[in-house]
Design a protein around this ligand. Structure first.
Ligand SMILES: [Zn+2]
Length: 355
């Protein structure tokens, strides 16, 4: 094995330069080294695309991946060289109060630790603690497994929402997270109405089981929801658009939700202060609960990624339909461009292949 590896590094312009860097090595007895086979482009990565961001310069990014184990530390028991795996990239410091009880998604050092270790999948190799490596069954492809991070984010949000059978659910945003949210809600027996502005994304939502799809550029979201929910509003609304749309979509989510209902914030906020103007008095008088959701970890005794892997292996959720494009790592800039121009390209989940 060479001591070098190929990796995509962020440059000052916010695009990527693919070059040779030092290959990662196993730093501890219970860590694993794996060769990445497929990596996915996430909405968060996309928001930083072509933006000058000194903190990310010369860094390897990416956190959705499947891989093949090539080397294990002497204390590793759960995987062996040659195993196909999905790698969970939520990793905390392992010593804080939250990591101690497996709520590592809430670790105060999460961002720093994961950026320096496992959140580096736009490369040939990755290393991480054995606990974050999950074996893939033969019939789950590497491409499908790359979407398990996305499904796990949505699963955590659904667990926090307390969703029940036959609930009326709205999903704002039909990107990968929104489509995962839709599928999990359907698998749990809810009725789902989903909103977006990209016709190809809404068509995919329909194919994945949405009861009603709404293009908010041509239809009125509120009247559609009222018709869908017998005039009450939804029991639960998941905000899955995030980013710069939040000042608009979060108040919209509240307006679509019934008295006593819940709004779950799944889409990511931008860093720093965000002003959200909304009818706070209505939110208070209607006792609408705002539930923020952050990544995923464990739910009770179960790893949320393993729950999603089990659902995928049993065919209860569909990842394959969500993968619209695939590019080799060398064409990462083209891949990002395709993901960003989704209205023209019809992109939903864009995969990068390493082989
Ligand atoms: Zn921690």
């Amino acid at each position: 094995m060479s001591n070098k590896m190929k990796a995509a590094l962020k440059n000052a312009a916010g695009t990527f330069d693919v070059q040779e860097v030092d290959r990662v090595k196993i730093p501890a007895d219970d860590w694993v080294l794996a060769r990445i086979t497929v990596s996915g482009i996430c909405g968060t990565d996309l928001r930083h695309w072509k933006k000058h961001d000194p903190d990310l310069e010369c860094r390897i990014m990416g956190h959705e991946l499947a891989a093949e184990v090539v080397e294990i530390g002497p204390a590793v028991k759960n995987v062996n060289p040659g195993d196909r795996v999905v790698v969970e990239t939520v990793l905390g410091d392992g010593i804080c109060d939250w990591c101690r009880v497996q709520q590592y998604n809430l670790c105060p050092n999460l961002y720093k630790v994961r950026m320096e270790t496992v959140s580096r999948s736009f490369a040939e190799y990755i290393t991480g603690p054995a606990s974050r490596f999950h074996l893939l069954p033969d019939h789950v492809s590497d491409e499908e497994a790359t979407l398990l991070d996305t499904f796990s984010v949505s699963l955590h949000a659904q667990q926090l929402s307390g969703l029940h059978i036959n609930d009326k659910v709205a999903v704002i945003g039909a990107g990968p997270i929104g489509l995962a949210q839709l599928q999990l809600a359907k698998a749990s027996g809810a009725d789902v109405i989903i909103f977006d502005v990209v016709p190809s994304s809404l068509a995919l939502a329909k194919a994945l089981g949405a009861d009603r799809t709404v293009n908010v550029e041509t239809e009125d979201a509120l009247s559609c929801v009222m018709e869908f929910s017998l005039g009450r509003g939804t029991d639960i609304t998941f905000e899955c658009a995030g980013g710069p749309s939040m000042p608009h979509t979060l108040p919209q989510a509240v307006s679509l939700t019934r008295i006593g209902g819940k709004v779950v914030i799944v889409g990511g906020f931008e860093a720093g202060m965000t002003n959200i103007e909304m009818d706070w008095q209505h939110l208070q008088m209607a006792e609408i609960k705002l539930i923020p959701s952050a990544s995923y970890a464990f739910w009770d005794i179960y790893s949320e990624m393993e729950i999603c892997l089990d659902l995928l292996a049993k065919g209860k959720i569909n990842a394959r339909k969500m993968i619209t494009h695939s590019f080799p790592l060398d064409k990462i800039n083209e891949a990002f461009q395709t993901a960003q121009n989704k209205k023209d390209t019809g992109a939903v989940f864009v995969a990068l292949t390493m082989a």
